[in-house]
Structure formats: structure tokens, C-alpha cells
Design a protein around this ligand. Structure first.
Ligand code: ZN
Length: 188
């Protein structure tokens, strides 16, 4: 991975911190604020790897479009290996798993821009499931768009465009008691 790319991620991170700060307190950015601000909603793993986390968005969008299962209800996203769990009535077939993998890679190589939008929670209507926001979430929320393919509320760290993610590979799957687990890795 080039140092240029890491610089871009770093600058993305500082922008993200400013936004979450503004969102949380709804005040102008103050000088010398620390990095201790809490995220807007859902405890977020601050050490997550932006390419893997961005792949998570695309996988969630793909799963919901293909199987109407909603987004993952549980996720562990890391640099080396990520695990996502979905509620499904039956295990995915090998063909379906391949179709999911192919679709995610199709979105990655089409190099869609990853863009942020700040919106008022009250303006969103039925557009998102707001039930996962904590009660004390601020009125301002951040929407992350993967081109026009996927959108969701998120304060995490993302690539700037999807080709930066690398190749997406589903390395294993497991199904038990209505829960479909998908484990993926990124090949650089
Ligand atoms: Zn995100």
C-alpha cells in the first residue's frame, strides 16, 4: 500500500473527527479538543481498517439487495479477517456465496466514490433503521454513500473510492440456528 494512500486515509480520519465532533455537540469546532469524543451512535471500533470496513458496507448492501435480510446484526471487522452475521431462513448455497462475492468485487472494481452527507435525523423518515441509534444520539447524523449502490448511517473510517479496497474474498461461511456467518478477507 502506498504511503500516499495512507496519507489520504489519515487526512480522511481528521475530517471524520471534526464531523463527529460537530455532530455530537452541534457547536463550532474548538481548538485543542482531544481525540476522546464519543461516536455519534453505536460503539465503533476505532482501530478498524478502512478498506475492510468499506467492504463491509458493500457486503451489507449486497446481502440486503439479494436476500432482503437487512444488514449484518453482528460484525467483527479487522485488517486480516472480518466476520459478519445475518439472519437468514436457510444457509446460502455455494452458488449464492459466489454470486455475493462476485457482486462485491464488481462494485469494488467499478471504483465508486465513497461520500459523506450530514443530515438531520428528523429529515430521514423511513430511509434508515434508526432503532440502533442510542437515545442520546445527536440530531445530526452522517450518511455514508458508496456511489449510488449503498447508503447507511456510519461514523466509521472509509476509503475514498472503492478500488482502494482491493480484492474481496469470502474465505469461509457457517450457518446455524438461522444465522448465516460470512468470513471475508481482502487480497491486496
Ligand atoms: Zn462505515
Amino acid at each position: 500500500m502506498s504511503s500516499d494512500y495512507m496519507k489520504k486515509i489519515q487526512s480522511g480520519l481528521s475530517v471524520h473527527k471534526k464531523i463527529s465532533y460537530i455532530c455530537k455537540d452541534n457547536e463550532p469546532l474548538k481548538r485543542n479538543h482531544t481525540d476522546m469524543e464519543e461516536p455519534l451512535f453505536n460503539a465503533h471500533n476505532k482501530d478498524e481498517y478502512p478498506p475492510a470496513h468499506s467492504a463491509e458496507h458493500i457486503l451489507n448492501g449486497t446481502m440486503d439487495k439479494m436476500f432482503h435480510c437487512g444488514r449484518a446484526f453482528s460484525a467483527h471487522v479487522e485488517r486480516k479477517k472480518s466476520k459478519l452475521d445475518y439472519h437468514l431462513p436457510a444457509p446460502l448455497t455455494e452458488e449464492q456465496i459466489k454470486a455475493v462475492e462476485d457482486k462485491v468485487n464488481e462494485i469494488i472494481v467499478s471504483d465508486l466514490p465513497v461520500q459523506m452527507e450530514i443530515a438531520d435525523k428528523s429529515s430521514l423518515g423511513e430511509r434508515f433503521d434508526l432503532s440502533r441509534l442510542p437515545d442520546d444520539a445527536s440530531e445530526k447524523v452522517r450518511i455514508v454513500h458508496i456511489g449510488d449502490y449503498d447508503e447507511c448511517l456510519c461514523v466509521g473510517q472509509h476509503v475514498e473510492h472503492t478500488a482502494q479496497i482491493g480484492h474481496f474474498r469470502i474465505s469461509s461461511t457457517h450457518y446455524q440456528d438461522g444465522v448465516q456467518r460470512i468470513v471475508f478477507r481482502l487480497d491486496e
